[in-house]
Ligand binder design. Sequence first.
Ligand SMILES: NC(=O)c1ccc[n+]([C@@H]2O[C@H](COP(=O)([O-])OP(=O)(O)OC[C@H]3O[C@@H](n4cnc5c(N)ncnc54)[C@H](OP(=O)(O)O)[C@@H]3O)[C@@H](O)[C@H]2O)c1
Length: 279
Amino acid sequence: MTGRVCVVTGATRGIGRATVEGLAVRGASVVLIARRSEDGMKVSREIARAGGATPDIVSADLSSQASIQHAAAELKQRHPRLHVLINNAGIITRDRELTVDGIEKQFAVNHLAYFLLSNLLLDQLLAGAPSRIINVSSGAHAGATLDFDDLQGERGYNASKAYGQSKLANILFTYELARRLHGTGVTVNCLHPGVIGTKLLADYMGVPVAGGALASTFGASPEQGADTIIFLASSAEVEGVSGKYFERRRPRRSSMESYDEAAARRLWQLSEQQTGLSS
Ligand SMILES: NC(=O)c1ccc[n+]([C@@H]2O[C@H](COP(=O)([O-])OP(=O)(O)OC[C@H]3O[C@@H](n4cnc5c(N)ncnc54)[C@H](OP(=O)(O)O)[C@@H]3O)[C@@H](O)[C@H]2O)c1
């Protein structure tokens, strides 16, 4: 991975933090996207101590489209060529919350941020080709459907339903972007990292986070969660592979709904409108 520039969102803890370390010790130049720069600096110091190249830090609140635009502009200035973009940051909100842009928060952070950041960084990824986009989805997409009449949960909000829907959106977006980027040298894949003991899992299960107890009680370690992401970012085995859903380093079939191309195009158009990307 020496000389490969890898951008990772949700890099301050959990699966993203473990991904950063795994990539940095393999020689990659990692750029952390962190909501608070002090959290990013802490991770950056820890990675340097672990023997990896000191990661660069770009601050962004991924629930704010202005903040994403600002971070993308900063990234463009500092890194004109990118080789890997890992969209990983995710949330579960028990109650329905709105972002500064007036969008339901899980849909905004879990899907629209992936969509907007990938599109804004596309020129740099094309300049760095062969390059890879990796979207962290979840097995929780299974059983979800996109309710286009109420994507924002205005009529009735259910936290795990909204989460499942946003993770299905990750896969529909991955497959659609892979179709659009066919032949460009930029590949796009997504994955389920496993059931991993992180704050997000605690939020999902409604249990408090108590030091390391969570990881040993529920789920595998963040390092295990990062394994397939690092594989997709670095392995020659997946060179040229695009538009697939992975689990434990293997391509798997995702839910039937995730292969609905008409729904993927509709979601793309709607995402363009909601992020102001449509011309
Ligand atoms: N854990 C599991 O069992 C599991 C299973 C399947 C899929 N996943 C997926 O794996 C990914 C990572 O989850 P995790 O379990 O590692 O979660 P986590 O430990 O809770 O970490 C979430 C990361 O996202 C960042 N983030 C959240 N909201 C943000 C915002 N508005 N702006 C910037 N950064 C933000 C957090 O930063 P702060 O520190 O600033 O909050 C944190 O770094 C998610 O996409 C999730 O859906 C997880």
